[in-house]
Design a protein around this ligand. Structure first.
Ligand code: AMP
Length: 506
């Protein structure tokens, strides 16, 4: 059955199964009744407090209060912007500057050093709002083309781009996700991706619209291998949503298999290329589970294509296919502005109801990437690929300088921009080092300014420290190469392709 409203579908579970758990972490559990109560109360508060339709920031990690705040905002008609609490100050300031939110809802304490005129709702105030019974007020929830959430991604100029996802976009994704992967009511979903990464949407809304339970896996657990494996079999997760990189970590544990973790029924991967080796190993460990590779950019709402992996599929293709396009969407392959025929490589263009209206307050970048085609929004992905005659999409890398590291999307120019602002750096170009189509590390080629350091490792440490103030930790290069000048192309531009070849030929 097609869903036509996200919020009423979630709220209906508070009626049907009030005591069913919506969220269960190691230390806390919350029911659908609590989810409704918290989000209703926050919605009433917001209705009194901020201008209609103004977006709000929600600041924290994977706490239940984050979810209650997303839903509270949405019920009151506001788009929400998730920001992870570990985001560096400069990046937060850039996001606030672009988004101009009416309020910051801080689930975790807002960093004191970030001074802003935007009002901040503190964790204490928020807890009070959630718990205190408030008189019901008429609400005007987010609907149709209005923004439901805005997720900020890396931008080539160093300024993050806010991808605006509407209620209609989200519905298109959800109606597909709930139909095509064997998800049934009240399943337990792994919630591993940060909420500021749109992969998290693949856990949050499919779970909450079907009376499911979100089981967060916080960074402290993910980063502690021993704890992770002590923890995993106990979680009773049925739907696994993660990047392939996280799965690679889990596969290092030999007991991560159907015998030891029998609850796992469905695996959904997205966000980066699924290595053939990972898929093969997983299929061996969980031969009866539904293992799906899905593909899509944030701009088209999480994912737009999927394929169930079988030994036959893996035997036929040496790069794992990215799947068949969902029914309401079309993918065209363009090369030099012309549609190509089956099996020809070109840029993937996505056309359909899950395509975003564009980047928030950024008409220039929006015009470059989005256009309208026969009344449908369309998006130029920057991904290269081809389609077989029976409609299977095959991925062939990027046509620009965007990369994925552990599933996180990074524009290399974004790092260059911030690296060049570091006081010890005159010029910089960052390139990825690949192994089997996967980025292993980021390598920075740097022309350094005069500096007081005797050894290059000291200089590198100082540069990394300064860079950490403006970019996410996953954007900090692992290796630094110092040169007197960067290689140039014949027309004087930095020869990034040349550097790329050099780094990858070793
Ligand atoms: P994001 O907006 O963070 O989801 O990143 C989107 C980009 O990730 C896409 O444009 C692709 O380059 C890459 N990507 C996502 N899913 C896949 C996949 N299954 N295989 C290969 N690349 C992928």
């Amino acid at each position: 059955m097609q869903m036509n409203d996200v919020m009423t579908t979630i709220d209906a579970w508070a009626q049907k199964a009030p005591d069913q758990l919506a969220y269960q972490s190691e230390t806390a559990a919350f029911t659908y009744a609590e989810l409704k109560q918290y989000s209703d109360h926050l919605a009433y508060h917001l209705t009194d407090r901020i201008a209609p339709k103004a977006p709000v920031v929600v600041f924290g990690e994977l706490e239940f209060e984050m979810l209650a705040s997303f839903l509270g905002a949405s019920k009151a008609g506001h788009a929400y912007i998730p920001i992870e609490s570990t985001t560096p100050q400069e990046r937060i300031e850039l996001i606030l500057n672009v988004a101009q939110p009416a309020l910051i809802i801080s689930v975790l304490p807002w960093p004191e050093k970030i001074v802003t005129e935007i009002p901040v709702l503190t964790p204490t105030e928020l807890a009070q709002i959630f718990k205190t019974t408030a008189a019901a007020k008429p609400l005007t929830p987010v609907k149709e083309d209005e923004n439901y959430y805005i997720i900020f991604t890396s931008g080539t100029t160093g300024v993050p781009k806010g991808v605006q996802i509407s209620h209609k976009n989200l519905l298109s994704f959800l109606n597909w996700d709930l139909a095509d992967f064997g998800i049934t009511e009240k399943m337990r979903f792994l919630s591993q991706a940060p909420y500021s990464f749109d992969l998290s949407v693949m856990s949050i809304y499919p779970a909450l619209t079907t009376g499911g339970t979100l089981v967060p896996m916080e960074k402290a657990v993910i980063n502690d291998f021993k704890k992770l494996f002590a923890f995993l079999p106990k979680l009773d997760i049925e739907v696994w949503v993660s990047t392939p990189s996280f799965m690679d970590i889990c596969l290092m544990e030999p007991t991560f298999d159907a015998k030891h973790v029998p609850s796992l029924k469905i695996f959904q991967f997205c966000g980066e290329e699924l290595p053939h080796k990972t898929a093969t190993e997983l299929l061996k460990r969980f031969p009866h589970a539904g293992i799906f590779n899905t593909y899509g950019p944030t701009e088209a709402t999480v994912a737009i294509s999927q394929i169930k992996l079988t030994p036959e599929v893996l035997a036929q293709y040496d790069r794992v296919p990215i799947g068949y396009v969902k029914a309401d969407t079309e993918v065209q392959i363009l090369s030099e502005g012309q549609l190509v025929t089956a099996d020809q490589i070109g840029e993937l263009i996505i056309k359909g109801p899950s395509v975003s209206k564009g980047y928030m307050h950024n008409p220039e970048k929006t015009a470059k990437a989005f256009f309208e085609s026969a009344g449908q929004p369309a998006y130029k992905t920057g991904d290269a690929g081809k389609m077989t005659a029976d409609g299977l999409l095959l991925y062939d890398g990027r046509i620009d300088f965007q990369v994925k590291l552990h599933g996180f999307r990074i524009e290399l120019e974004d790092i260059d921009h911030h690296l060049e602002k570091v006081s010890y750096v005159k010029q910089a170009a960052v390139v990825p080092k690949y192994q089997n189509h996967k980025v292993q590390q980021l390598v920075a080629y740097v022309v350094a300014n005069e500096n007081p350091f005797e050894k290059t490792f000291q200089l590198t440490k100082a540069i990394k420290e300064e860079l950490a103030q403006s970019v996410m930790d996953y954007m900090i290069p692992q290796r630094f190469v110092y040169l007197d000048q960067l290689p140039r192309t014949a027309n004087g531009k930095i020869d990034r392709k040349g550097i790329l070849n050099e780094v990858n030929s070793k």
